[in-house]
Design a protein around this ligand. Sequence first.
Ligand code: AMP
Length: 420
Amino acid sequence: MNDILPDSTAVWQHLEDTFREIAGAYGYREIRFPLLEQTQLFKRSIGEVTDIVEKEMYSFEDSGGDHISLRPEGTAGCVRAAEQHGLLYNRQQRLWYQGPMFRRERPQKGRYRQFHQFGLEAFGMAGPDIDVEIIELSVAFWRRLGLADCLTLELNNIGSAEDRRRYGAILGEYLAGRAEELDPSARNRIETNPLRVLDSKHPGNRAVVEGAPAMADCLSPESVEHFEALKDLLAAAGIGFTENGSLVRGLDYYNYCVYEWTTDALGAQGAVCGGGRYDGLVAQLGGRPTPAAGFAIGVERLALLLETLEKIPADAQFRADICIVVIGDGVTAESQALARRLRERYPDLRVVCQCGGGKYSQQVKRAFELNARLVAVMERAEGGSPQQVKLRSLDDGFEPVTVPLERCEEEVERLLSPDS
Ligand code: AMP
């Protein structure tokens, strides 16, 4: 990414750890899938006539003549991979993923050509309960980040595939009547995919879109029922929302409920999370019909929001637990052995052994850079092996102590324990 955020490593680690924990708590397991896929996969899932596929994908022909694209989003690759590995066969499945996505957009604050998403997808559950559970999971994430009060949930019902075909015909007819007011790109979509004109940000098109017939008038009883039940469950969970009839999302695979979490603290790029249900996609990509729902969170926007609102917690900073300062060449092997023993005995401890040596003051400076809670100084005693280790706190949390090498591990445990 070109626009590196200040302190991005620490914030990202914090975001990733938190999301991993929350996704795990709701029963999601991580899935990995490639950055490169056959271009056809994205055309078939996102839709041929969408901004992403028509204008934003990084696509090329490789030396073998295959048409390949960098993934612009995660759902298509996730479904493809899960299907290929038999993860969706006759069962429910909750999966989450993270990683870079690529879209050729005009870069600006909060919008990049390579950006990162945390996403999750739930398969095999048709009712609105799973939609609400997914939304609740996102709320749990916002809460943990201290962002729950800064984000608004916007919802819309875009109906079933059949509802949208019906609505598409009505909308197409309306748009054809006002075609001369539309820009050429929107005009081309009247025949091919009129619903995508609703996404248009072009000011001329906006006026036409504002007068368009409403999707709400074309919804089948099943779509309405799903949406109403979903709203009831949201209310029961105490999750507030606003309905936004013009929220259509730029991807063709969605049906029923779609939503975005937005903020007004980031200017024009206010959406930090987008999701919804996509019951037709698995079958469309060759699998058995499988209901599905999911969302994707924009990690850069989230980091930017935390930074803008000054909500980066102090403990988001990387912190080594113990930094071993190695004085003189003669103690390298013993220092590494101590680090090894500590890591084996206390697998959660972050142990950094100073490689490359250097003066005491230089090594302590590096320990400060690592935010170390404790420094262990290994120094060869006069004429022998290091029988003793000096343990000190960098923030005067305790008085320095010198302990025999063989008692070092217990002493480290004692000094790092919360009530020492
Ligand atoms: P989408 O797949 O378009 O629904 O995007 C889901 C989320 O990813 C959005 O709500 C944004 O937070 C984020 N996102 C999408 N496109 C970009 C981009 N070009 N740069 C940064 N974040 C993005």
